[in-house]
Ligand binder design. Sequence first.
Ligand code: F6P
Length: 548
Amino acid sequence: MALQNTNPTKTNAWKKLQKNYDKTKNLLLKNLFEEDVNRAKKFTVQNDDFLFDYSKNRITENTIKYLLELANEVNLKEAIESYFKGEPINQTENRAVLHTALRAKQSDTILVNRENIIPEVYAVKEKIKTYTKRIISGENKGYTGKPFTDIVNIGIGGSDLGPAMVVDALKFYKNHLKMHFISNVDGDHVYEILKELNPETTLFIIISKSFTTQETLSNATTIRKWFLRSEFKTKESDIAKHFVAVSTNAKKIADFGIDAKNVFPMWDWVGGRFSLWSAVGLSIALSIGFANFDALLMGANDMDEHFKSTDFSENIPVISALLSVWYNNFYNAETEAIIPYSQYLSKFSTYLQQGIMESNGKSVDRNGKTIDYQTGTIIWGEPGTNSQHAFFQLIHQGTKIIPVEFIGFKKSLYGNQDHQNKLMANFIAQTEALLNGKTSEEVILELKTKKLSTKEIKKLYPFKVFEGNKPTTTILIDKLTPKSLGKLIALYEHKIFVQGIIWNIFSYDQWGVELGKQLANNILNDLTTEKNEKHDPSTLNILRNFKN
Ligand code: F6P
């Protein structure tokens, strides 16, 4: 069953939402809370260790009712079934979208081209398990007989961001292995990392779904040459012990000189930005051990089950996506901030930028027609409380509306309750401040108590007023564990899916990144030869300047 091609703006629900927006846009959240004592309860979902409170959003019961009607009018239920069943919903590439199969239960059956893919998924998981055990225990050794101490992940985009984010997020659970990530084709980045490494004890994982990505292949080639430097007394045959690859492209891997037994396969039904659950996550499994890696997968599976089987009115990814559509398309919000109150999640919003913006940054609908409404949101964010001392000023008193998602954990990992209380006091205080703001009366009263003169108060008070009424959503999780992190990541993956269905776009291709790659190849040719392709005058000028 193909996905439906409904222009969301032509649905009845959209019209109702437009009217609802006109009617409610000037309502104050603090009044809505006063008028309805049950508001917080009504707009909160508790799913095991996840509390999802969306009551501080600029919505009424009718807004939610119409958003849910919109989900039904675009046939979201059927679309979810097609997604999980492995139908080729990535229609422009004729592929299924089955990152969910990577964390399915062994007893599940998911068919691709009439073949159950679960046994293959579990065979690769078994290979990851055996391999990681051997590296962590020191059973597999480097070319001089020493156990491995350092692991280098060479990849970019989805072959870097997911593993790098998770390795960082779960470093509390890590073992002795030191993890490094080389992504950028910037040679200085490569050499800065190489200078820390001893080739005798370093394992390199080359990750590229396509095995054609310029950055990854250049970095891998440079590193291979470095590894074979005469001063290290390495031989070609030592490559087999120190280099492994993860890819769908067996031929290109062989051409690169990597032994077939050192290859971890992946599949074209896994999108790069959703691939950390596959062997692309090998660095995660090496860092925290296979059991923790599996717990990450099982956490994601929990969210998959919640998403598949929960009524939309209680469905966290569905509600989260609908709220995003509400602000994006009715409030014309350009961006959304994601603020985790955990330093462990400092790479989380960067990771989500690829997932969300590469998926839903589209301007052609599923009929191939140019879209005349807004799609993908711009995502950004940094951990709190650091961000409070950096850009929160603009969220509080700027002119833009920026919905913010606050993510926090009840328990800290090292158990320092004093710090945790302070961290979470800030977490809660920010959502309260954004909701209530501070009125001129409150500001004047405060200044009076500070004994300021009437003249001084009159001059100062406008700058100290906080308008408030800024929308926030709170996700409060018991504790940061491999399982809860898996569940959190999967929440956003499904949010991306729901948004794409509503906006009537294909979320799982990324044609928009191709042109830059093509032009970079042409320009590289211009830079390294005497030839000059045709360019606009500005480009030509920059090119000449660089060459001289
Ligand atoms: O250029 C974008 C992209 O194709 C991403 O979608 C992908 O995650 C990244 O490049 C890396 O691709 P690969 O894993 O094939 O090297």
